[in-house]
Design a protein around this ligand. Structure first.
Ligand SMILES: [Zn+2]
Length: 238
């Protein structure tokens, strides 16, 4: 039986990389992507963008990536929502960044935005990333834990970030400790998922600008298992 998942994604490619098979089996799910913004002209390209032959100095990179996400969500029959916070690589005066100035202010703003977004969508369950390696992933996870605590959530789940989970498995324990300290227990669980790996490969392939930078991690994420945990409240947290 398919269900409607409200899934939180740090960047525009993370839902496809980590949860394509979940989304494909649960049409009508909603994807809330946090870091979808940046300057309308990215010049010079930062280190990560320079790895992509699809991008040129002066491109509106996040606009290009939002279109890629819309294509990938359409393939997976999911609805994309873009929360508009600026990607870490552009949060600098060089790019005219004028958003929340400190990490704490950014966290407050993201948590508030997620609380509003998640509480207004009809969903059977909310799903957050574990939050591995990248500071945007870590911030998204902490913001989700706040939203999951303050809002009357239906069921709550967590997914392992791909490909970071393959890249830096040593960081899983530390990230799980953040979840536990927020007052949640994690229990690995199966969620209804599609066996169609070629569909996942196509969905990930929609993110054309990210294929060269991710390199062999693309295929690792495509074939790597999608892993989910059920979250249950243990206490008020610490
Ligand atoms: Zn990411």
């Amino acid at each position: 039986v398919s269900r409607i998942f409200a899934l939180v994604s740090p960047h525009l490619d993370d839902a496809a990389l980590s949860c394509s098979r979940l989304l494909a089996a649960n049409p009508g799910s909603q994807v809330f992507t946090v870091f979808t913004g940046g300057p309308s002209s990215v010049d010079p390209l930062p280190e990560w963008d320079l790895l992509s032959p699809e991008l040129r100095a002066g491109d509106d990179v996040t606009a290009i990536r939002r279109v890629e996400d819309e294509e990938s969500c359409a393939l997976l029959q999911a609805a994309p929502h873009h929360l508009g916070f600026w990607d870490e690589q552009y949060r600098a005066s060089l790019y005219g960044y004028a958003g929340p100035a400190t990490d704490e202010e950014l966290l407050d703003a993201v948590a508030g935005s997620l609380s509003r977004a998640l509480s207004t969508v009809e969903a059977d369950a909310w799903v957050m990333p574990l939050g591995l390696v990248h500071p945007d992933h870590q911030l998204t996870a902490v913001a989700c834990l706040r939203a999951f605590t303050t809002e009357p959530a239906p069921e709550r789940y967590l997914y392992w970030d791909l490909p970071y989970r393959l890249w830096s498995p040593d960081q899983i324990g530390e990230a799980e400790d953040v979840v536990k300290a927020a007052g949640f227990a994690l229990e690995e669980t199966e969620l209804p998922s599609s066996d169609d790996v070629s569909l996942k490969r196509k969905a990930v392939g929609c993110h054309r600008s990210q294929i060269a930078p991710l390199d062999e991690l693309v295929e690792a994420a495509v074939v790597g298992p999608e892993t989910f945990f059920r979250l249950t409240r243990t206490s008020a947290g610490s």
